[in-house]
Design a protein around this ligand. Structure first.
Ligand code: PGA
Length: 251
């Protein structure tokens, strides 16, 4: 089974509209020849519509960084999956560690959002990953397993195949401390084992597992060369054409 490499940029709460449009204008030219890689950018929800319009007809998809699980109603301040689809969104990052750790999002909430995203036709990119103290205590696999089991509870095998998992060790996010290719591969292999245990080998082979945490154009090649690393979720290095393109090219 060959899984297509998937490189996604998580812009977080960065860029204004003008600089975001500049960035995608540069990316769409440079990325046009990258036909063997799936590419997406995930701006603020507020900019999904203009960015999706600017990327229409290109090989770059658009995602967002969060959304709410209810379909509609009295949920002040929230944005539904259907609203995002409506303005051209295809992917949604769920359970990012910044949402888990700063905003108190639980795996139960991530699970509701995963179901809602799939029902709306969005591809969820579900993040899992351990804190430094959890790694040091030898708890990495247990933590990731709890997040995996919680986030995907009740998801059918057919739907599971459509999901993307991003393994992002929290100690590597925005710190410049990237996991070694071997450290990444070890956890990716463990996650594939979790999918096989809860589903079967066929599903496990289909699901793409991205690595995230201080990926840049210098370290991407070695990480992406690992057999169970199927792409990258890129924060800081996705905010510049050269560094994001460098990662795409090394894939
Ligand atoms: P980083 O962020 O590449 O800036 O470490 C990755 C992420 O949080 O998705």
């Amino acid at each position: 089974m060959t899984r297509r490499i998937f490189i996604a940029g998580n812009w977080k709460m960065n860029l204004n509209l003008a600089s975001a449009l500049d960035l995608v204008a540069g990316l769409k030219e440079e990325a046009a020849s990258a036909t063997r890689v799936d590419i997406a950018v995930c701006p603020s929800s507020l900019y999904v519509q203009p960015i999706a319009a600017a990327l229409k007809g290109t090989n770059i998809g658009v995602g967002t960084q969060n959304a709410y699980f209810e379909r509609e109603g009295a949920f002040t301040g929230e944005i539904s999956m259907a609203m995002l689809c409506d303005v051209g969104c295809q992917y949604v990052i769920l359970g990012h560690s910044e949402r888990r750790n700063i905003l108190g999002e639980s795996s139960e909430q991530v699970n509701l959002k995963t179901h809602a995203a799939l029902a709306a036709g969005l591809t969820p990119i579900v993040c899992v990953g351990e804190l430094l103290k959890e790694r040091e205590a030898g708890q990495t696999e247990n933590v990731v397993r709890r997040q995996f089991d919680g986030s995907f509870s009740g998801v059918s095998a057919e739907d599971m195949k459509k999901c993307v998992i991003a393994y992002e060790p929290v100690w590597a996010i925005g710190t410049g401390k990237v996991a070694t290719p071997d450290q990444a591969e070890e956890v990716h292999l463990a996650i594939r084992g979790m999918i096989e245990k809860n589903y079967d080998k066929n599903v496990a082979e289909a699901v793409r597992i991205q690595y995230g945490g201080s990926v840049n154009d210098k370290n991407a090649k070695e990480i992406l060369a690992k057999p169970n690393v199927d792409g990258a979720l890129v924060g800081g290095a996705s905010l510049k054409v050269e560094s994001f393109m460098g990662i795409i090219r090394s894939a």
